[in-house]
Design a protein around this ligand. Structure first.
Ligand SMILES: *Cc1c(COP(=O)(O)O)cnc(C)c1O
Length: 389
């Protein structure tokens, strides 16, 4: 088949032609004026995206790399942290913290349910010595949106840093770092930012910087102060992933041209479209309330394995989606709809899902799945929670 390959996974995500062409630029040297001009142009746009007056540090690593940098740079061995653990990436926080020698208190929630602020508050009250709370804005293994704004309200008045993994949230749903009171916000290039994998981005609040300055470096590579000193010279501590920064400059321009609110609104509308589409098929979204805006997890009935459905979607329609992780591996399909994807790509995804489901023995009665989904998309464009529109 000559189908266009469609990557509807929760990372990596498709990259716009405009970004790819920018990245095809001749190599330039990362310590010379031509590159420094690009770094200088990127920084204010990044701060706008993160909603912060603080510097946003680019680092050559995947998302887990900047998660590691956060834990090593902000906490000393023996300190205590509270981890919200409701999926694969919450577990990753715990694992990274354990390697760092921190004492970890896990707030465990069922996969697919957001933590409640009361659960975090109870943990904070029980462990007033906690130096940090580590949480995902969006838990990508399930598609759950944790209430980070409310959690920030709890950590702000305490001597506890709030570290938020925004890898599948930044540029997907609003998370203004300074306004909410997040102490450390981080993301990676291959999700909402519409870039290839390989670039991490991280920002610290003023009080997080003060804390970081009291933590002796635990390794040579991750060094916030060293990165900041270099950023002031429009450089990075080590060799910069030059092409990714050039691509980032372009994708941030694309966001700027339409405005962040339009970006979020589109993400919200795509989420409504995905949820209505799967519901119309007679399937059930895994997350009932408090769902993320960049992916939708769909529960499959017993006896219909996710890998079978995914194989049909890929082989017959060129649509690549993701299975679940761990115990949910065969039970859910994760439809990624973050970044450079639009209603037509998602319509292709929903069609491929329905056909894959049928081919694996599932039954879909409704004939107007796509019409319903597209109506939800249109309605979603008009209403987005959390804004004045
Ligand atoms: C993708 C993702 C990660 C892992 O990022 P890598 O780039 O694969 O290291 C961590 N946290 C969340 C929330 C993610 O979505």
């Amino acid at each position: 088949m000559l189908d266009k390959p469609r990557l509807l996974t929760p990372g990596p995500t498709p990259t716009p032609e405009r970004v790819r062409l920018a990245m095809a630029h001749d190599m330039i040297h990362h310590r010379k004026p031509a590159f420094k001009a690009i770094m200088a142009a990127v920084q204010p746009k990044l701060r706008e995206l993160f909603g912060t007056a603080q510097p946003v540090l680019p680092m050559a690593c995947s998302g887990s790399g900047v998660m590691t940098a956060a834990v090593h740079g902000l906490f000393k061995p023996g300190e205590k942290v509270i981890v919200v653990e409701g999926g694969k990436f919450g577990q990753r926080w715990r694992e990274i913290a354990a390697v760092r020698g921190l004492s970890v208190v896990s707030v465990v929630v069922d996969w697919g349910r957001p933590v409640t602020p009361a659960e975090v508050e109870a943990a904070l009250n029980e462990h007033p010595d906690a130096a940090g709370v580590l949480v995902q804005l969006s838990e990508t293994s399930t598609g759950t949106l944790h209430p980070v704004r409310e959690i920030a309200g709890l950590t702000a008045g305490r001597d506890t840093l709030l570290v938020a993994d925004g890898i599948s949230a930044v540029s997907i749903s609003p998370c203004p770092m300074d306004e909410w009171g997040i102490d450390c916000l981080l993301t990676g290039s291959q999700k909402g930012l519409m870039l290839p994998p390989g670039l991490g981005l991280i920002a610290l609040s003023e009080r997080a910087w003060r804390k970081a300055d009291t933590v002796p470096p635990s390794c040579f590579y991750f060094n916030f102060r060293g990165e900041l000193t270099n950023l002031e010279k429009q450089q990075t501590l080590f060799t910069t992933p030059v092409s990714l920064i050039i691509g980032l400059n372009e994708s941030l321009d694309m966001f700027r041209e339409v405005g962040l609110e339009t970006v979020y609104r589109k993400q919200w509308a795509l989420t409504q479209m995905a949820r209505r589409g799967v519901t119309a098929m007679g399937l059930e979204p895994l997350v009932k309330e408090g769902y993320t805006w960049g992916l939708t997890s769909v529960l499959l009935p017993e006896g219909v394995p996710a890998t079978g459905v995914l194989r049909v979607a890929a082989e017959r329609f060129g649509v690549i989606m993701a299975a679940g992780q761990d115990h949910l591996k065969e039970r859910i399909i994760r439809i990624g709809h973050m970044g450079w994807l639009d209603w037509a790509d998602l319509a292709a995804g929903l069609h491929a899902l329905a056909e894959g489901f049928r081919a694996c023995g599932g039954y879909i009665g409704a004939r107007d799945v796509l019409e319903q989904a597209l109506a939800a998309y249109q309605a979603g464009l008009a209403v987005m929670p959390g804004t004045e529109i």
